[in-house]
Design a protein around this ligand. Sequence first.
Ligand code: LMR
Length: 407
Amino acid sequence: QADVVPQAPEDPLFGLMAAFRRDTDPKKVDLGIGAYRDDNAKPWVLPVVKMADDRLRNDPNLNHEYLPIAGLADFTAASQKLILGGDSPAIKEKRVTSLQTISGTGAVHLGALFLAKFYKLNTKRTVYFSNPTWPNHFQIFSNVGLPNQTYPYFSKETRGLDFEGMINTLQNADEGSIIVLHACAHNPTGVDPTQEQWKKIAEVVRAKKHFPFFDTAYQGFASGDLARDGWAIRYFLEQDFEMCIAQSYAKNFGLYGERAGCFHFVTSPSPDAQSTVTRVASQLSILQRSEISNPPAYGARIASLVLNDPKLFAQWEEDLRTMSGRIIEMRKALRGKLEELGTPGTWNHITDQIGMFSFTGLSETQVMKLREDSHVYMTKNGRISMAGLNTHNIDYFAKAVDKAVRE
Ligand code: LMR
């Protein structure tokens, strides 16, 4: 009987978005959900997406037939190249299988479901997330029945990486645990390991026979350079790990609502690799069919056009530089203004952190104060979406922070 169903809490992020929309104050500032905004605080359709969209709409052969279960083949093949590298031996040796998914969330879910079903020894594997992580990770992996733990990640003292804590926990975790790693532009902290630190992480993951699961939602968004933002995944590939990758095109194409994403399973080199991948692909196909039947077409068609056309691809790279460049400018401006105001504390972490978010270090009380007094909306953990700042509201925001910190 449904009357036993308890009330669930509202999703914090989408709840925040709704609260912002209800606020009628003209000064209100939205630093909540991670979605790019232009200098006028408006959603930005990437010029390259507009071009691809025009081409698609004028295509007399466009129809609304089903895609195959694994999605649009041109899209998944291009997605492999984008994240693994065009000359990746894993692709040449046919050690990868990829399925188009309902954006990054769908990719994480498909991977989680697959691991829950097939990645077993004597006991269920534990999944390790960074502390903190994207909150949906917990829900997605819990939904498929995998127990979870966290590894230390963010140091409150340095507002950087707690590398020692992270390594110790990975070293002490049960062998064969699943380790979820953010490939770049960590959400929510904006703190990434250095390349040297990634090498050490790979060493521990190898020594403990852990299973790496990469979540990549910000390739090209962190540094503006696609290869550089894919470095950690490519390094793990060079080390011949078997792994899962969940890839989202929500942010780097601005295709949020179109739900374009991809899931990749890569197996290690071995004489049986191709047969392993064929079997894995067959199981993933059944999971996908039973859950979504086949993925939605439109967003993937747009991304596929861009990924497979050198001219459009070059335009995309320019659009990525526009977005990441504006965010970097806002980081510099915010830090500069807080330092100018003499706001108590240090603010170098605003420019040290990268990607879409900054973990400001503001307390929950300060966050709530900013919401009540200044109509500034950010998540309770003090995360701000840097893209919500622009040349028109940055002064206002810096002053509001200054006031909240001093009270
Ligand atoms: C965010 O963290 O703001 C985004 O990834 C949006 C989401 O789906 O949570």
